[in-house]
Write a new protein. Structure first.
Length: 277
């Protein structure tokens, strides 16, 4: 009888492993009634987020920059983490990393090698709560890595020269004060060689004129006007796909911190978007 029970338990465990059954980790301070339970539960089952030694999760605690980097490394594709680990091993750095005082060193290096963040990002305030501003940088890089922004529509314009300006610059016309309509009339009278010369010059001008980003998200959130334009652009991408949302009062509060519960929702979204869920 005892042998039968043991065999049954072994089979049950084996089936759990084969079928990918995950048993939820129980925390003393968060249960199914908590709004973030679904996200915390899945991430803890996957081993991406952990609780504390006393069995608590502390959903209202802030998340440090180092902790957020660790969580985002947990969202990376296995191929990316393997490549980073192989590089560290090849460089003979794994042993040195294990002897460092900072627990997050390997995660930080993996994040840097994979493209989640750069050295400058990792050079300050790793033990301080991470702001939504810094979080935006990492989430934007994550989105680029996995082509999550392919359907994002942002507004851009090109400050192009007129046909008249281009024609004047290449010596095709001598009067740059004529109208576009008058130029079109003159253009039709030009030889094919001259027409081709202009077309080539005009196409080259268009190709080499960078697009200027016109932010639309500033119409939605009142407190990001005046921020660096590059940051606003990243924020628009991240917000568009739902990785980081604003508040009900039409603000984004870039310098606010996020709790462990809130960050769990962000990391959950990252993981599912990468997997195409």
């Amino acid at each position: 009888m005892k042998k039968l029970v043991v065999i049954t338990i072994v089979i049950a465990i084996a089936l759990g492993i084969v079928c990918g059954i995950a048993f939820a980790k129980e925390f003393t301070d968060i249960d199914s009634s908590h709004w973030a339970f679904k996200y915390v539960d899945e991430l803890s089952n996957k081993g991406i987020i952990n609780g504390y030694e006393d069995g608590s999760f502390r959903p209202s605690n802030n998340v440090t920059k180092a902790e957020f980097i660790k969580l985002m490394v947990g969202c990376l594709d296995e191929k990316d983490t393997k490549e980073a680990n192989d590089f560290l091993q090849l460089a003979g750095m794994l042993e040195a990393i294990s002897n460092t005082r900072e627990w997050y060193t390997k995660y930080a290096l993996t994040a840097q090698l994979s493209g989640l963040c750069d050295d400058a990002f990792l050079s300050y305030a790793m033990d301080e709560p991470i702001s939504r501003r810094d979080m935006t940088e990492v989430l934007y890089n994550f989105g680029k890595m996995y082509n999550l922004f392919k359907d994002v529509k942002i507004k851009t314009i090109q400050n192009l020269k007129s046909k008249v300006e281009v024609a004047f610059e290449i010596g095709l016309i001598k009067d740059n004060s004529i109208s576009e309509e008058e130029f079109d009339k003159q253009f039709k009278k030009l030889s094919k060689t001259k027409q081709n010369e202009f077309t080539k010059a005009y196409d080259e001008m268009v190709k080499n004129t960078p697009s200027i980003y016109i932010p639309q998200i500033t119409d939605e959130f009142d407190d990001i006007n005046g921020e660096d334009l590059e940051l606003i652009k990243k924020l628009e991408y991240v917000n568009y796909i739902g990785l980081l949302n604003g508040y009900e009062d039409s603000t984004f509060k870039l310098d606010n911190m996020l709790t462990r519960a809130e960050v769990s929702t962000v990391v959950y979204r990252c993981l599912n978007l990468r997997k195409g869920v």
